[in-house]
Design a protein around this ligand. Structure first.
Ligand SMILES: [Zn+2]
Length: 503
C-alpha cells in the first residue's frame, strides 16, 4: 500500500471545493478514508442513496490544472470520504462502483448569475427550471434577484432532497430606485431606507444583498449597513455611482461589466452627469448618445487603472458574456433553437428573437445592431484585460432571459470566456473554484464548500484540452446522488414534457 501519495492527491482535489486550512482537510480525509474502506455503507435516514465509488477516473485539479490519473473517489452521505490511487482503497462490496476509465472528474459547475423566478410576473415552475440546470451539470446557482418566498421554499426543498435541482443562494428581491414588481423589488429612496432594508432582508434569511440601481445616498447607506452586519452586496453599478466608487465601497461583485465602459472613458465625469440628467428626464435618445460616446472615449490606461482598483479591493466580476452575445445577435437569431422545447410553452412567444429585437429597438435599425456587436467585442477585450490584471472572475449567464437557456448557457459562457483569452483552466475556475472562494464568505456558502461536498461532474473528455468538453457530461453527482447519462436524458425529457404542458 502506498498511502502517502493518496494523501497529497486528496488535499489537492479537496482544495477545489473547500478553503479549509490544508491540515484540517488532511484530518477530515485521513479519518474518512479508513472509514470508507472498512465499513459498510450507512443505511441511516441521511443516506437515501447507496455509497458510491468512482474508479479509474482522471481527477482534474481545478486549482493547479494537474490531472491525477487512475484514482478512486468514494462518496457517502453526500460527502467525499476517500480519494486515492486505484488499488489503495479496498472497496466494500456494498458500494455502487462506477468504472470511469477514460473519464474526467471535476467539481460541479456553478452559474453565478441567474434569476430562477424570472423578473416577469409568471415564474417558470420548479419542475422545469431546476432540473434544467442540474441536467446540464450546474450543481449550484447564485440567484440574482426574485421572489424570495418562492426561492426560499425551493432552496429548502432542494437541500432536503424533496426536489431535483441545484443548490441555491439568493438575495431575495433587488434593491432598486423604483418598484416594478412587489414580489421581486424593493424601492429604496434614502440612506435610512437602505439601512432598514438590509436589516429586514438579513432577518428574513437572504444570503446576500442585490443592488440594481438605487439612488446614490441609498446605495451608500446599503453598503455601510451591509458592512456593519457582515452581509455581502452584489449587483449592478448603480446609475449614480461610478465603478471605482462601488469597488471602494466594498461591493463584492459587479454584474454584466456594468459601469465599466463609463469608468474607462476619458469623459467619465461629464458623461456620468449627463446620464444622471437623461435618466431623470427619461430621455432615451440622450441615453443612447451617451452610451455611444462612452464607447468612443474609451481609454485603455484608464481601464487598467480601474482594474487595478478592482484587483486591490478584491471586487469580483461576472461578465455574463453569453447574455451580451445573445443580445448582440438577437436581430439575426433564429427562433428554431432545439432547446426551445425546454422553455415553457407560454414563454416561447416572449423568447421569439424577432419580438425581442423589436422590443429592444434593434430590428430595422442596423446601427443599433452594429453597436451591440461592437459592444460585445469591447466586452471581450475588457475581460482579457481583467484576466491579465488578475481581477477575479465568475461565470454567470442571466438565464432565463430570452434565448439564454438555463443550464446549457453556462457552457456557452465558459467558451466565451475562453474566446476572450482565458485558458481552459481559468475558464473552468470561473465556475468552480471562483464560486467556492466567493461564496465561502457567506454562511450558506460555507455549507456548500466547507468540506468535501460531493457535487461533481464526470466528463467524457478533458475540459482542460478544450473547455467545450464540459458539455460532454457522462454523469452528475449532486449531494452524493449519482445521475447517469441515461438518468439525465430522462430528466430532460420530463422537463420538455412539463414545459410543453404549460400553456
Ligand atoms: Zn441579472
Amino acid at each position: 500500500m502506498t498511502r502517502p501519495r493518496s494523501g497529497i492527491c486528496s488535499i489537492v482535489f479537496c482544495i477545489a471545493f473547500s478553503f479549509f486550512p490544508v491540515v484540517a482537510v488532511m484530518l477530515v480525509l485521513a479519518g474518512a478514508r479508513a472509514d470508507a474502506a472498512e465499513r459498510t455503507p450507512s443505511t441511516t435516514a441521511t443516506s437515501s442513496h447507496p455509497a458510491l465509488a468512482i474508479t479509474n477516473v482522471n481527477l482534474v485539479d481545478v486549482t493547479t490544472g494537474a490531472i491525477l490519473p487512475r484514482h478512486t473517489v468514494v462518496i457517502r452521505d453526500g460527502r467525499i470520504v476517500g480519494i486515492a490511487r486505484v488499488g489503495v482503497l479496498s472497496l466494500n462490496r456494498n458500494l455502487r462502483v462506477v468504472n470511469a476509465t477514460g473519464k474526467y472528474l471535476i467539481p460541479g459547475l456553478w452559474d453565478m448569475h441567474v434569476h430562477l423566478t424570472g423578473v416577469e410576473k409568471r415564474p417558470w415552475t420548479e419542475d422545469v427550471i431546476l432540473p434544467l440546470y442540474l441536467a446540464n451539470g450546474v450543481v449550484g446557482v447564485r440567484d440574482m434577484g426574485g421572489d424570495f418566498t418562492l426561492l426560499q421554499r425551493w432552496r429548502e426543498r432542494v437541500e432536503n432532497g424533496e426536489i431535483t435541482g441545484p443548490h441555491i443562494v439568493t438575495p431575495g428581491p433587488f434593491l432598486d430606485a423604483t418598484m416594478e414588481n412587489p414580489a421581486n423589488t424593493i424601492a429604496v429612496k434614502s440612506a435610512a431606507d437602505g439601512r432598514l432594508y438590509v436589516d429586514q432582508l438579513q432577518q428574513r434569511g437572504v444570503d446576500f444583498i442585490k443592488v440594481l440601481s438605487p439612488p446614490r445616498e441609498a446605495y451608500f447607506g446599503i453598503l455601510e449597513e451591509a458592512k456593519r452586519k457582515g452581509v455581502t452586496v452584489a449587483g449592478h453599478v448603480p446609475e449614480g455611482v461610478s465603478a471605482a466608487e462601488a469597488s471602494n465601497a466594498g461591493q463584492a461583485s459587479i454584474e454584466h461589466l456594468s459601469g465599466i465602459l463609463l469608468g474607462a472613458s476619458l469623459r467619465e465625469q461629464e458623461l456620468q452627469e449627463a446620464r444622471t440628467k437623461a435618466i431623470a428626464a427619461n430621455d432615451v435618445v440622450a441615453l443612447k448618445k451617451i452610451r455611444q460616446e462612452s464607447y468612443d472615449s474609451f481609454s485603455l490606461p484608464k481601464l487598467r487603472a480601474l482594474l487595478k482598483e478592482f484587483q486591490q479591493n478584491g471586487t469580483w466580476q461576472t461578465p455574463t458574456l453569453v447574455w451580451s452575445k445573445t443580445m448582440s445577435e438577437m436581430a439575426t437569431k433564429s427562433a428554431g433553437d432545439a432547446r426551445m422545447k425546454y422553455v415553457p410553452a407560454w414563454a416561447r412567444p416572449q423568447w421569439d428573437p424577432a419580438k425581442v429585437s423589436e422590443a429592444t429597438g434593434q430590428s430595422g435599425d442596423p446601427a443599433a445592431a452594429d453597436f451591440q456587436r461592437a459592444l460585445m467585442a469591447r466586452f471581450q477585450a475588457v475581460v482579457a484585460e481583467m484576466k491579465d490584471a488578475k481581477v477575479p472572475l465568475l461565470a454567470g449567464t442571466d438565464s432565463p432571459d430570452p434565448m439564454v437557456f438555463p443550464g446549457s448557457s453556462l457552457h456557452e459562457e465558459l467558451e466565451l470566456l475562453a474566446q476572450a483569452g482565458l485558458n481552459s483552466l481559468q475558464a473552468l475556475q470561473a465556475a468552480t473554484r471562483g464560486p467556492a472562494e466567493f461564496l465561502h464568505a457567506s454562511p450558506r456558502g460555507r455549507t456548500f464548500f466547507g468540506g468535501s461536498q460531493a457535487d461533481l461532474l464526470l466528463l467524457d473528455a478533458n475540459p482542460l484540452d478544450d473547455i467545450r468538453n464540459t458539455r460532454r457530461i457522462f454523469a452528475v453527482i449532486m449531494r452524493g446522488k449519482y445521475y447517469s447519462r441515461q438518468d439525465l436524458d430522462k430528466m430532460l425529457a420530463k422537463v420538455a414534457d412539463a414545459a410543453e404542458r404549460q400553456k
